[in-house]
Design a binder for this molecule. Structure first.
Ligand code: AMP
Length: 404
């Protein structure tokens, strides 16, 4: 049985999934696993396709001290205990910089180019690249594919792509990239099945998870995103600040004496829902908390989703459908209901029963703008890209340099 391994590596965890390839290129999820607690309390956990447990093991800290070691442990488990030898590996890579508008087959040259973007995503890119390099060294013949969070947004027009800074800085790569692209691409692919009447229209997708952003999609293509140069911009997130006047950063440095790395840590880890509430970065905990600051953080989140919906509707010059996805968007009927009220002026009326039941279409029959809940599947998107590059390496293996 041919299999594809999908890897999503972060600073302290490596998530992986195994898909089997069957028939005419159909993909079936076989294993969903992760090693977390890397460098602290490493643990391998994995489940089968119906959630049945396949592994749950702790390791001594020295055995899984970093991401490459975690990749080796997961790889050995798959090969030696399950006899799984993937025909290719697909990786989630946060940043494809200005160059990559499509997934790409990886070689040493590609790794070199992707290393140039470490400064654009210092908290993610090095960890995404670590398992790629480990596999490239240990299994040089195994095809690997990089799938980028930025790629789906690379066709934004120049107005959406620029900051009002001198052109030279834009040329250097200071642009509004947008992220969560694999999620938006998956939703854009699902829409014709879920909502054929509006799939070719103007759609706002709200990817509301611990990382959160919203995207404007027109006729299946991304035209605008709430995220920009980094995944810090836009909505307030679990711990990330979201939209912030750059003057605040200057103030933190000049008046509060914060170093650059302190400011970075602060903006990525101490703000957002966690900073606002002082209670938690987790929406479930905020929803069950009695603390008024938790209630305020939720209200703020809902308010900002509404504000950004207005911005994206302006980018789209109208609105034909609205989609909720990711952890909060897929699971919290109460947050969806509150956002729905904020979108009433755009023509949204939710059906309380359908919303509470997490139906696929949660708007009332007479809502001018239909609203959907579509569970995202970034890993399946990566597996599909990996398979299609494996079958037809030429179609996707192209650099895409924008001139704007
Ligand atoms: P993600 O990053 O997509 O896994 O989403 C994680 C976020 O979704 C966290 O803030 C969770 O608290 C939130 N979440 C997951 N399930 C629920 C739920 N049933 N109600 C509210 N929030 C949820």
């Amino acid at each position: 049985m041919d299999t594809i391994l999908v890897v999503n590596a972060g600073s302290s965890s490596v998530k992986f999934q195994v898909f089997s390839v069957e028939g005419e290129g159909n993909l079936y999820r076989r294993i969903k696993g992760q090693i977390d607690g890397i460098g602290s309390r490493p643990r391998l956990r994995a489940n089968g396709p119906n959630g049945e447990p396949m592994a749950d093991r702790a390791y001594p800290i020295e055995a899984v001290a970093d991401v490459p070691a975690a990749m080796s442990v997961a790889g050995a488990w798959l090969r030696e205990e399950l006899n799984i030898n993937p025909v290719a590996v697909g990786h989630r890579v946060v940043h494809g910089g200005p160059d990559y508008a499509n997934p790409v087959l990886i070689d040493h040259g590609v790794v070199g180019r992707l290393e140039r973007y470490i400064s654009l995503a210092p908290l993610h890119q090095p960890h995404n690249l670590a398992p790629i390099k480990t596999i490239l060294n240990n299994f040089p013949a195994l095809p690997q594919v990089a799938c980028f969070d930025t790629a789906f947004h690379r066709d934004h027009n120049a107005l959406a792509d620029h900051y009002a800074i001198p052109y030279q800085l834009h040329a250097e790569g200071i642009r509004r990239y947008g992220f969560h692209g694999l999620s938006y691409e998956y939703i854009a692919k699902r829409l014709p099945q879920v909502a054929p009447d509006v799939a070719g229209g103007r759609v706002i997708v709200a990817h509301l998870g611990s990382g959160a952003s919203m995207g404007a999609i027109k006729n299946g293509k991304s035209v605008e995103s709430t995220m920009g140069f980094t995944a810090l911009d836009g909505l307030a997130m679990g711990t990330r600040v979201g939209q912030l006047d750059p003057g605040v950063v200057l103030y933190l440095i000049a008046e509060k004496g914060m170093s650059i790395s302190k400011v970075q840590d602060f903006l990525y880890r101490d703000c957002g829902l966690k900073g606002l509430s002082g209670v938690s970065n987790d929406m479930r905990e905020l929803e069950s908390s009695e603390d008024p600051r938790a209630a305020f953080a939720i209200e703020y989140f809902v308010y900002r989703v509404g504000l950004h919906a207005g911005m994206l509707a302006a980018a789209l010059q109208g609105l034909d459908a609205f989609v909720f996805t990711a952890g909060i968007g897929e699971n919290s009927a109460s947050i969806r209901a509150r956002i729905g009220e904020r979108l009433a002026w755009l023509g949204v009326v939710l059906d309380p029963g359908e919303n509470a039941g997490h139906a696929s279409r949660i708007s009332r029959f007479d809502s001018r703008v239909p609203v959907y809940v579509i569970p995202t599947d970034e890993e399946l998107m990566i597996a599909q890209h990996t398979l299609s590059l494996l079958v037809n390496p030429k179609t996707h293996d192209q650099k895409h340099e924008r001139v704007s």
